[in-house]
Design a binder for this molecule. Structure first.
Ligand code: SAJ
Length: 436
């Protein structure tokens, strides 16, 4: 059995490595020559716990190769990005190109699996017509399915194996052939359905999360008006056996949850009202955070804000669609001075410092935007000594703000009680005028 994996990103690379670990001969393909150069030398280009070690383990087996050109195989997995266009419709160019790239290699009885997240009917209406160009009878000579990736960055290797898997074939035999392949390493249940249902299942999961987070974010805004702490209220509400409210924050990022609801919206714009409103609420969170800072610092040009966190969520290096990046650019537009720190993000970024001390030195406020584990341990006293001002604004509720207050900080959490915010804002505005 030989497998070709097209697209070696956050999903394709771990999938290729996992299959190779489970005795499948795998050829991984990517159009990015730099990525391939690194992989050929045994170096991964993404941050994911355990992945480098797993690659090290399989590199010597001879079962895993990498290149920029597809090879003939028994099965092809397409795992390429599906970004959204400016008009919020799906950009299927990579899926189309990847499908076209395998056409010259496809033979009778090949299995073709799309893992990329796509709008409903993509397999049937976009991929199948392309595959017809092989002159094979796609329904009889080929096995075609959608098996959406559903793993969580940061916990990918565990979830690849233990999560249930959805497999939606264009017919039953395609579903069965696909399930047979994944059974090489999947220990969760493999559920068989049709391709369009599988496409929708994936979109529904992420949209459920987006709508739930939007609810939490709306509650955070309400909390600041009404005067209660949203984090405490959510924790208590979640004690109910049938309630599971997600967490508020500075917005929803990443290439999945902030994107996938649009794929449903695209297919039913007049009906998908809740989905649309939820997207708007979550997209409004960065400017909600910026407004908060503006109310604390009436003269932004004179204030330096130390930003902790750029990636879209904790303990990963991915800044795609990150709300932290949006907050940073909006703060710069308003005229704040910024220094930025993210121990997980290696790539260059404006105003990015290499360490925490240089980031907070001379700052008037600390703004926590990402829930990295390192930030939970930050020594508030040390920060206070390095800073000019004394404000800390935690949009992720990861700091022990009592300790920060004891260390002399005016501490604020997103969705905290209104009275606290007003009192703190007054104090800060005064101390700021006093030249701190
Ligand atoms: N977030 C909140 N509040 C929460 C949870 C998340 O504000 O309560 C924010 C995060 O900070 C982040 C964004 O939402 O900015 C998305 O993070 P996430 O951890 O919810 O999701 P992703 O994008 O890392 O991964 C999701 C997962 N989907 C679900 O949990 C239903 C994952 O299983 C999917 O495989 C992945 O999308 C994908 O590729 O589609």
């Amino acid at each position: 059995m030989k497998l070709c994996v097209i697209g070696l990103g956050y999903i394709g690379l771990p999938t290729a490595i996992m299959f190779a670990k489970h005795n499948v001969e795998v050829h991984g393909v990517d159009i990015n020559t730099e990525v391939i150069k690194g992989l050929v030398l045994g170096n991964i280009h993404i941050e994911e716990p355990g992945l480098q070690e797993m690659l090290d383990e399989v590199m010597d087996s001879g079962r895993l190769s990498f290149g920029t050109i597809t090879q003939p195989a028994d099965a092809f997995i397409i795992s390429v990005p599906t970004p959204i266009k400016a008009d919020k419709s799906a950009n299927l160019d990579y899926v189309v190109q990847a499908t076209q790239s395998i056409l010259p290699y496809i033979k009778k009885n090949n299995l073709i699996i799309l893992e990329s997240t796509v709008p409903p009917r993509t397999v049937e209406d976009v991929m199948m017509p392309l595959l017809e160009q092989t002159r094979l009878n796609v329904k009889e000579d080929l096995y075609i399915s959608h098996s959406p990736e559903r793993v969580l960055p940061g916990n990918l290797l565990e979830e690849l194996v233990y999560n249930d898997r959805i497999v939606g074939g264009i017919n039953t035999i395609s579903s069965e052939r696909t399930a047979e392949l994944y059974r090489k390493f999947v220990k969760g249940t493999i559920h068989l359905t049709d391709a369009t249902t599988a496409e929708m299942v994936k979109l529904m999961e992420n949209t459920y999360r987006d709508v739930n987070i939007a609810f939490a974010n709306e509650m955070a805004k309400i909390a600041e008006n009404v005067g209660f702490n949203v984090w405490e209220a959510i924790e208590l509400a979640n004690c109910h056996p049938r309630v599971n409210i997600h967490k508020p924050g500075p917005g929803v990022g990443g290439h999945c949850i902030a994107v996938d609801p649009w794929f449903i919206y695209e297919s039913a714009p007049t009906i998908a009202k809740l989905i649309h409103t939820s997207r708007e609420i979550n997209d409004s969170m960065p400017s909600f955070v910026v407004q908060k800072l503006k109310s604390m610092f009436p003269f932004p040009a004179e204030a330096k804000i130390a930003i902790l966190g750029l990636s879209f969520k904790g303990n990963i290096d991915d800044i795609r669609e990150s709300p932290a990046v949006t907050v940073v650019s909006q703060l710069l537009e308003v005229g704040f001075q910024l220094s930025v720190f993210d121990p997980h993000v290696g790539e260059k970024f404006p105003n990015k410092e290499e360490n925490l001390e240089d980031t907070v030195k001379g700052a008037h406020a600390i703004l926590v935007l990402t829930d990295h584990r390192e930030f939970k341990e930050v020594d508030s006293k040390e920060m206070r000594n390095l800073m000019k001002g004394n404000i800390v604004l935690d949009t992720r509720n990861i700091l022990d703000l009592e300790k920060w207050t004891e260390a002399g900080f005016s501490s604020y959490v997103l969705g905290g009680a209104a009275t606290d915010v007003l009192r703190r804002t007054e104090i800060n505005a005064i101390s700021f005028k006093g030249g701190e």
